[in-house]
Write a protein that binds this ligand. Structure first.
Ligand code: S3P
Length: 183
């Protein structure tokens, strides 16, 4: 049985586990892993923090959209996207067209704790509004319908190990789309 998808896109808020889950998932599928934020930083030779500080968020969002467009020929890739990629309707349409979309969720306290533990946070995740837990709460409330709008599969990572999430996801993907044909 062949799967009816050619790529997997992981969406979800900062700290939801997209990069860790994406790397292991790609390994398990024998696919490539792409971190869209890392690709953006390498393409422009600057950290996301520097882009926000020097050019502003709108410029970052344009670059983020351009990176997504540049991925349109991809096949057999797991892509971890930036948490705000769903803000543009054009991006949500593109994600749906390019593969299956997996929304990784986590509760606010878990996200807050993971972001505090992540030393690369300041450069990769500049504050979007007021920072801290209030920013997380407000942004998640605002973005949830947007994540929902393009998600084919929704998985919680709260209290789960990366391995646990990946095993769960592989079972769901197999049941729904027959991913085992690619292993
Ligand atoms: C952002 C999330 C970040 C990065 C940028 C903006 C957001 O990616 O794209 O700082 O708007 O939530 P991660 O979700 O990988 O942290």
């Amino acid at each position: 049985m062949s799967p009816d998808f050619v790529n997997l896109f992981l969406i979800g808020y900062r700290g939801a586990g997209k990069s860790g889950v994406g790397q292991l998932l790609a390994q398990r599928l024998g696919w490539h892993f792409i971190d869209a934020d890392l690709l953006l930083e390498r393409t422009h030779g600057k950290s996301i923090g520097a882009i926000f500080a020097e050019e502003g968020e709108a410029s970052f969002r344009d670059k983020e959209e351009a990176i997504l467009i540049s991925l349109r020929e991809l096949r057999n890739c797991v892509v971890a996207t930036g948490g705000g990629v769903v803000l543009r309707e054009s991006n949500r349409r593109r994600l749906r067209a390019l593969g299956k979309v997996v929304w990784l969720m986590a509760d606010v306290d878990t996200i807050s704790q993971r972001l505090k533990n992540d030393l690369s946070n300041a450069q990769r995740r500049p504050d979007l509004t007021v920072g801290g837990i209030t920013e997380i709460q407000e942004n998640i409330a605002m973005r949830e319908p947007l994540y929902q709008d393009c998600a084919d599969v929704v998985v919680s990572t709260t209290g789960e190990s990366i391995q646990g999430v990946v095993e769960n996801l592989l079972q769901i993907l197999d049941a729904r789309f027959g991913q085992k044909g690619m292993e």
